[in-house]
Design a protein around this ligand. Sequence first.
Ligand SMILES: Cc1cc2nc3c(=O)[nH]c(=O)nc-3n(C[C@H](O)[C@H](O)[C@H](O)COP(=O)(O)O)c2cc1C
Length: 348
Amino acid sequence: MHQNTPTEKTTENQQLRTTGGYKNLNRFSVAPMLDWTDRHCRYFHRKLSRHALLYTEMVTTGAILFGKGDYLAYNEAEHPVALQLGGSDPAALAQCAKIAQERGYDEINLNVGCPSDRVQNGMFGACLMGNASLVADCVAAMRDVTDIPVTVKTRIGIDDQDSYEFLCDFVGTVAERGGCEMFVIHARKAWLSGLSPKENREIPPLDYPRVYQLKKDFPHLTMALNGGIKTLEEAKTHLQYMDGVMVGREAYQNPSILAQVDNALFDAALPVTDTVAAVEAMYPYIEAELATGTYLGHITRHMLGIFQGIPGARQWRRHLSENAHKAGADLRVIEAALEFVTRKNITE
Ligand SMILES: Cc1cc2nc3c(=O)[nH]c(=O)nc-3n(C[C@H](O)[C@H](O)[C@H](O)COP(=O)(O)O)c2cc1C
């Protein structure tokens, strides 16, 4: 596993950020998704877009401070990469933020959007929307000990606290008292009881105009809109009102959308010519990971959707699903799966 040490790299990344080496960092990002956007997933997404900002899965302060594994490991190639933290104790968050900066993360994001019971029992995630002054304290504590951006990802409301005034109070408090300058707004509220996390991503209706209005009323804050974006055309529409867009499920399930992001949203050259090339560009990484004992399936599970809508996509998925978890599975499994999806199919 690749380890990052607090070296000159951190400073270099900060410089890149402040000198604009990364283009409009918040313009397009891939959402934090637990169990999905792990380091293998992010490495793959980076092959598809140089400029998208990539978020980690949520990592709790408890895992970082007391866990046995290294929850902050990532590959240098993933930059720009933001660490999403789950927690509500300002001191613990500050400790984690400091470690994250030393490890070279480009941004720290606080989760104020997850509605799961487990998270609520830990008194963090979406339920924190009900305690804006605590969120402000958390952000301030993290900002005190770091100089990378500390951002907040939140919903437009929780339970019956779903008025526009409530949202404005929350954002206003966290910005003014906590010093938060960048928010990602998931454009639906969360029900803290009665709905599963999955239902909470589908049932409460999306309210884009409310998020546009928020940006209008807080023009000095950087704001990205999240929720339900499925195409780059939709992303472009939101960007007429917002500073950025964040895409979750569509980017994961249909990652080929990422292959157009640099050109469509950053006016930059595409990093790969096609999605087959993106898969092949993973080979050196996969070989290196296999050599350290990673299972092929742990990497390829994030690549299953890359050929969505293309002839052979189903066979590609099936071949990987049936073979990549077998003992000794290596690049030959991917090469065989690729046989189902020819370059001709891609370019036609
Ligand atoms: C499998 C899964 C895991 C998620 N985990 C997180 C998480 O760790 N932190 C977070 O803030 N949001 C999490 N989310 C929510 C997404 O970040 C995003 O806000 C949501 O899916 C709406 O965006 P979308 O419609 O583009 O998917 C998760 C979503 C999914 C589907």
